[in-house]
Design a protein around this ligand. Structure first.
Ligand code: F6P
Ligand code: MN
Length: 342
């Protein structure tokens, strides 16, 4: 695959920028990230740069519309989901750094190099209902060390808690393409600089404000929620006439990656609670490639990432496409929400 973003060190603008903003690899070395993990991260980012380009092409890239296939969750796959998945999968499996990958778009994990040190779980394009309306979408990834005693391709390799993640992040394909990532030394923001093709560090150690007056939830599911969530949201909506004695605002991007990005930027609470809409499926979001990586990013930024029962990252996974209840964001607000469940 060719890199569309050729390095142009002669660019005078770039040399100025370089003085102000650190490039990705030196920033990671500063955090003592092992060299082979840095190489894997760079491989992941090569795939996201290609996806970013294709997303930006929109209709011109002939990628709009739906395929006839449905993925394992029964959702109609968009062509761009498929394209992003294939790109990510091919680049990662060819790299030699990964023992296996697991994707939202693959029924089972896919074997890579038997000697690969890492395994990667990913959602190639989160927020797929936003693809056709030229709105916010992103790629989410989570990296664990590969167990040495299991063969590549064994799904059980992925049954590791979020606590064991060595890196988590997302790339947001918005007005600018941003990387938000943690390796356990804080959560940092990077922006893709298209003049030289690399990600530049723009904000180190992002901190989520502990208090907020903003919430994100799909209100159309209200009648299906459990009583504690019904009561909590009712009190937010009551605003300064209710027990909270302040007004709240609501935001819903319908792409977790966009909603969590807003929370990281300015605080808020994001929840996809249990509901009884489909009794056989009480939760919507996936543990391995949605909840866990976002939980790692938020906790590293001083936020909380919980279910009504405990920390998301403490959950011992039972299957690679497991779904989970999610209540995350500004610390004090998440704690307030959880108090309704006691
Ligand atoms: O991947 C699932 C997802 O697209 C999330 O990104 C998002 O938060 C959620 O589903 C939106 O679901 P809905 O708006 O349909 O409730
Ligand atoms: Mn998703």
């Amino acid at each position: 695959m060719t890199d569309r973003f050729n390095l142009n060190l002669a660019n005078p603008l770039l040399s100025n920028l370089g003085n102000l903003m650190q490039r990705l690899a030196p920033a990671l070395r500063q955090d003592n990230v092992p060299l082979d993990l840095i190489s894997l991260i760079k491989t992941i980012l090569a795939a996201t740069k290609e996806i970013s380009f294709r997303v930006s092409q929109g209709h011109l890239g002939d990628v709009m519309g739906s395929t006839l296939d449905e993925n394992i969750q029964g959702e109609v796959q968009k062509q761009l989901d498929v394209v992003a998945n294939e790109l990510f999968k091919d680049i990662l499996l060819e790299s030699g750094f990964v023992k296996a990958i697991s994707s939202e778009e693959e029924d089972h994990s896919v074997a890579g190099d038997e000697n690969g040190k890492y395994i990667v779980s990913f959602d190639p394009l989160d927020g797929s209902s936003n693809i056709d309306i030229n709105s916010l979408i992103g790629t989410i990834f989570s990296i664990h060390e590969a167990p040495k005693d299991m063969a590549a391709g064994d799904d059980d390799m992925f049954k590791q808690s979020g606590n064991k993640q060595v890196c988590a992040g997302y790339v947001l394909y918005g007005p600018s393409t941003m990387l938000v990532m943690t390796t356990g030394s804080g959560t940092h923001f990077y922006v893709l600089d298209r003049t030289h093709g690399g990600f530049l560090l723009v904000e180190r150690n992002v901190q989520v404000p502990v208090d907020t007056n903003e919430f994100a939830i799909n209100m159309s599911n209200q009648r299906f929620w459990q009583a504690p969530m019904q009561n909590y949201i009712a009190d937010l909506i009551a605003g300064d006439t209710g027990p909270r004695e302040k007004n709240f605002n609501m935001r819903w991007i319908a792409a977790m990656v966009g909603d969590i990005h807003r929370v990281l930027c300015r605080g808020g609470i994001f929840t996809y609670p249990a509901d009884s809409k489909k009794p056989e499926q009480p939760y919507k979001l996936r543990l391995m490639y949605e909840a866990n990586p976002m939980a790692f990013l938020l906790e590293q930024a001083g936020g909380l990432a919980m279910t009504s029962q405990g920390r998301i990252m403490d959950i011992e996974p039972e299957s690679i496409h497991q779904r989970v209840e999610v209540i995350m964001g500004s610390k004090n607000e998440v704690e307030k929400c959880l108090s309704y469940y006691k």
